[in-house]
Design a protein around this ligand. Sequence first.
Ligand code: NAD
Length: 506
Amino acid sequence: MDQRFDVTERFADGAQYIAGRLREGGSEGTHAVVDPATGEQVFGYRLAGAADVDTAVAAAGAAFPEWAGATPGERSDAMHRFAAALTERADDLAHAESLQCGKPIKLSTEFDVPGSIDNTAFFAGAARHLEGKAAAEYSGDHTSYIRREPIGVIGSIAPWNYPLQMAAWKVLPAIAAGNTIVLKPAELTPLTSLMFAQAATEAGLPDGVVNVVSGTGREAGERLVAHPGVAMTSFTGSTAVGKRVAELATATVKRIHLELGGKAPFVVFDDADLEAAAHGAVAGALINSGQDCTAATRAYVQRPLYDAFVAAVADLMETVRLGDPFDPHTDLGPLISHAQRDRVAGFVERARGYATVVTGGEAPGGDLAKGAYYRPTLITGAPQDSEVVQSEIFGPVLVVLPFDGDDEGIALANDTPYGLAASAWSRDVYRTGRASREIRAGCVWINDHIPIISEMPHGGVRASGFGKDMSAYSFDEYTQVKHVMFDNTAVVRKDWHRTVFGDRQT
Ligand code: NAD
């Protein structure tokens, strides 16, 4: 284990960040952050209890009037300093992310951390472009205009797969729009969310604007969602937990933003560049050990290319280097935990009964046996209604199936409950154009799979939820629209009053 800094010392004051400082949690329970590459504990902390959530919500509520009242320019300046503070901590953030998640250091260094910093810089700029609709005299006698106002205290809940990026996606649009926030990261991975919040304070954001409660879903999460002082719930995680969160939030009439699971199709038409598609499928399926809500999970390949595609993907998967996340040459780290590895292995073992495991399908031995590693796995011959095709596995597993006509390829792509992301591969602009229109997903890539960018929205449809992260569209989630209507006539007895009393004046 490569430690750039001593985690225990860094978080000696606790793993709750409330009103600008670290504190111990007040729950009875504790949690061990484990390095999944070794199975060793790297940090132990006391979890947040209900009282910690209450304190954090109160801190966010107290900070709201000043932050909401700041000018867009003031918020923007603070967020530019925030981006600079994150840039100064980039190496520490990358190391902490790799340590707690087992991510290859090249992924943390080249994707998670710069992506989060770029998001911060984007929202620093976007804070100055928060606009309502243009004013006009729609009635003839009044001037109407639209105010986009912050909502209040946002309660956000995030998953463990991209802890830093999820903190960024949740926190940044919310605070850029003038809200304050309490973020609950997954209890497995609190470190980079805490460092993110510390950087906000270091950059001069007022205490209480960004708070972090590190606790379990049942204890801290449910309290945050149900809290009367929280005006909106923003959740990223599994569809099953999202349903529970929606129930709780609805009971207290909160605005809800849900980013849920995915099962992204990868559709390869018979005129596609086979080599590009095979490389894209392997990278798209294995990024972050497949623990990516948009990962390529189901490749549908038109019959003439099918055999060659399967062979190329199997060959490429065998070249992927599993190893120590801190080795710069490691391509694939462990999964987040041994429990997640066993869950993934369970899907593959059951699939042996009805499908073919072409490559992978096992945990590596030797030096890696202690870690939560699993080999890149390719499955063929699975029925469309089988669980490896329909359910989110969240591991380094790609299922490949053939199709004949274009209609069939698109229909199969749409045949799961999810709708987060998809890709279509072809040299024919009309085929890809059709796929982009007809595949039901929040994002459709053409001849690529995975890239995201701060300016463009991320979010799903159907069982993948609703709401958008990143981009100016996320302001639709984190602002409320107010109509202001000015009378321009100064007439005392207005014509419309006759509908309530009296007749038209002649
Ligand atoms: P999860 O649903 O188990 O947990 C997500 C978060 O919810 C965690 O912080 C957890 O502590 C909390 N939680 C659990 N039970 C809760 C409850 N009853 N009330 C309130 N909070 C509760 O998900 P996970 O295993 O951490 O992450 C993987 C899932 O996240 C996958 O389904 C993946 O597709 C999804 N995901 C989606 C996106 C997206 O943008 N759509 C992005 C990343 C991950």
